[in-house]
Design a protein around this ligand. Structure first.
Ligand code: AKG
Ligand code: FE2
Length: 189
């Protein structure tokens, strides 16, 4: 996360907070890193059985993940595809490595500079596939909001503040698919 904050220009040299003009923003950045110390982790374990007619179905429909980052462990069977420039690209499994996916909270926090990745899973006719996804975010009672430092006249705030409760309300009222939850958090200026 520290590296991500740096790419967003959110790690200033003023680490001692002596520059009062950005003390509040600095506090917010510190807060984000601090909040990650007690952050939430949701583990999802997926098993996709072999399917006699793989062209007729999907193992998991297109969606983006809840959270800042997802660390995904997959076995050696292909299945995961991400959407890149409107095309589905198969992610080749690399043994003993994690795929790191950007989730909706990072898109919100970065005020749209990072985009959560749309992904789906296909099945195959020969063998089952197993994956374990670890979704990381702030504590479940924290508010996720665009970083104040990334908002100005040229870059208006694009997303509403959101929390786990609003996510639960959303998924209990309609099926989460594509990037629908994130779309529901967008501000229309
Ligand atoms: O099985 C996979 O490779 C992806 C699983 C996934 O997208 C998820 O659990 O959210
Ligand atoms: Fe996912």
């Amino acid at each position: 996360m520290e590296a991500i904050l740096e790419t967003l220009g959110l790690v200033s040299d003023d680490m001692d907070g002596t520059n009062d003009s950005n003390a509040n923003d600095k506090k917010y950045e510190d807060d984000v890193l601090k909040q990650f110390e007690d952050g939430s982790q949701l583990i999802v374990m997926n098993c996709y059985p072999a399917c006699p007619e793989p062209n007729l179905t999907l193992g998991m429909p297109p969606h983006s993940d809840y959270g800042f980052l997802t660390l995904l462990l997959q076995d050696n069977a292909q299945g995961l595809q991400i959407q890149h420039q409107s095309r589905w690209v198969t992610v080749q499994p690399i043994p003993n490595s994690f795929v790191v996916n950007v989730g909706d909270h990072l898109e919100i926090f970065s005020n749209g500079r990072y985009k959560s990745v749309l992904h789906r899973v296909f099945v195959n006719s020969l063998r089952y596939r197993i994956s374990v996804a670890s979704l990381h975010s702030l504590p479940l009672d924290s508010m996720i909001r665009p970083s104040p430092k990334l908002i100005d006249e040229e870059n208006p705030k694009l997303y509403k503040d959101t929390d786990f409760k609003s996510f639960l309300e959303y998924i209990s009222s309609c099926e989460p698919k594509m990037k629908n939850f994130l779309e529901s958090r967008k501000l229309t200026n």
